[in-house]
Write a protein that binds this ligand. Structure first.
Ligand SMILES: *[C@@H]1O[C@H](CO)[C@@H](O)[C@H](O)[C@H]1NC(C)=O
Ligand SMILES: *[C@@H]1O[C@H](CO)[C@@H](O)[C@H](O)[C@H]1NC(C)=O
Ligand SMILES: *[C@@H]1O[C@H](CO)[C@@H](O)[C@H](O)[C@H]1NC(C)=O
Length: 337
């Protein structure tokens, strides 16, 4: 009886697979590489897969979806996707994600425009990765994938960090708020984000959202703030936007994280001079029990704030690093440049 069922099942599979092959020949690794490479016009390792202009009458609103090939020292290769204001990547980029190679290697699937995003991988040098790391390098959350928490994101960009958390941390409930509907559109169309029972994107003013939460007495275990201007403002302060720096906002935020939560700001000032970030730190510190400045080599800095009276967490640096690597916070961006 059991044997019959197995035979039927495998017959079905063979027929199915044969039908598939009639239309598409599976390519070997070298042939597939050549097909993919063909999309990149040979010389330059990048291609524009789409131009997204929220206002078709104003081309300055256009953003480019650019795929680029990268090579590792061992000869293996991959493709990453950028969101950028100019197609050449010379003016930097707003976000970057690694793509997942298709399992069926055919002429049709060689088109990277249809590849899924590998949402479970982040490059260590991206602001998202640094922001993520602060949850653990601060000793605030335990280094495991199963703790229960609710997170609030102000500014979702292309949903990269939300998707990443959804992928690795099933018990974190996430609400993202973004003032720009284009963010959610790009996140869903090009960057692999999708809503889930425990993950939603709301369109609205994130600063207002936090002020309202504080008024209702609601709390969040972590508020991650990546609220930036897309183009340079007069004062050069790209992030956070003015609304996320007012005393009223900071007081509300402090109430929302309560005594047990934490918040991290992505801060970037194009005209930063030595010590200008220390001034921001001291402004923010007035509203929390403790704030810390995290500087690194990517240009942005991060400010984390807490309200615990006695923060006395032991952080095992080596174990935390291992945990981040195991969670696929890895290095691949330098192989793209
Ligand atoms: C915007 O760009 C498109 C091509 O990308 C071009 O056809 C169109 O004329 C441009 N419009 C303006 C207002 O510059
Ligand atoms: C969560 O995972 C850690 C190891 O990663 C394990 O020690 C712990 O028991 C788990 N807790 C629950 C509630 O599953
Ligand atoms: C977040 O979790 C805390 C418990 O840690 C709970 O008190 C709070 O109501 C939750 N907030 C939301 C918005 O679900």
């Amino acid at each position: 009886m059991i044997k019959t069922i197995l035979v039927l099942a495998s017959t079905f599979f063979v027929i199915h697979a044969t039908n598939y092959c009639l239309r598409e020949t599976e390519l070997n690794d070298d042939q597939f590489f050549d097909e993919v490479h063909g999309y990149f016009n040979g010389r330059k390792p990048q291609r524009t897969v789409a131009i997204e202009c929220p206002d078709p009458k104003d081309n300055s609103t256009c953003l480019y979806i650019v795929d680029r090939m990268g090579y590792f020292k061992d000869g293996s290769w991959f493709v990453a996707r950028f969101l950028t204001p100019v197609p050449s990547l010379t003016k930097g980029f707003l976000s970057m994600s690694k793509l997942a190679k298709p399992i069926f290697k055919t002429k049709r699937t060689a088109d990277t425009a249809i590849w899924p995003v590998d949402v479970g991988t982040m490059d260590v040098l991206t602001p998202n990765a640094v922001e993520f790391a602060t949850l653990f390098t601060s000793g605030h959350f335990p280094i495991n994938h199963n703790f229960t928490a609710n997170f609030t994101f102000l500014g979702v960009a292309t949903g990269g960090l939300m998707s990443f958390l959804n992928e690795h941390f099933k018990n974190i409930k996430i609400t993202g708020i973004d003032i720009d509907p284009q963010s959610e559109y790009l996140a869903k169309k090009w960057f692999g984000y999708h809503d889930r029972d425990n993950s939603k994107i709301l369109i609205g003013d994130g600063a207002e959202f936090i002020i309202k939460m504080a008024e209702r007495g609601e709390t969040s275990n972590a508020v991650l703030i990546d609220a930036c201007h897309n183009i340079e403002p007069a004062d050069g302060i790209f992030c956070p936007v003015e609304a996320a720096r007012t005393p009223q906002f900071l007081d509300s935020l402090s109430k929302v994280i309560g005594s047990k939560g934490m918040t991290t700001f992505n801060v970037y000032n194009h005209h930063a001079i030595p010590d200008s970030y220390k001034r921001v730190l001291s402004d923010f510190s007035k509203h929390f029990v403790e704030c810390k400045l995290i500087e690194n080599y990517i240009g942005n800095v991060f400010i984390t704030c807490f309200n615990e009276k006695e923060r006395n967490y032991e952080v095992d640096t080596e174990k935390t690093r291992e945990f981040l690597t195991k969670t696929r916070v890895v290095s691949f961006m330098r192989n793209l440049m």
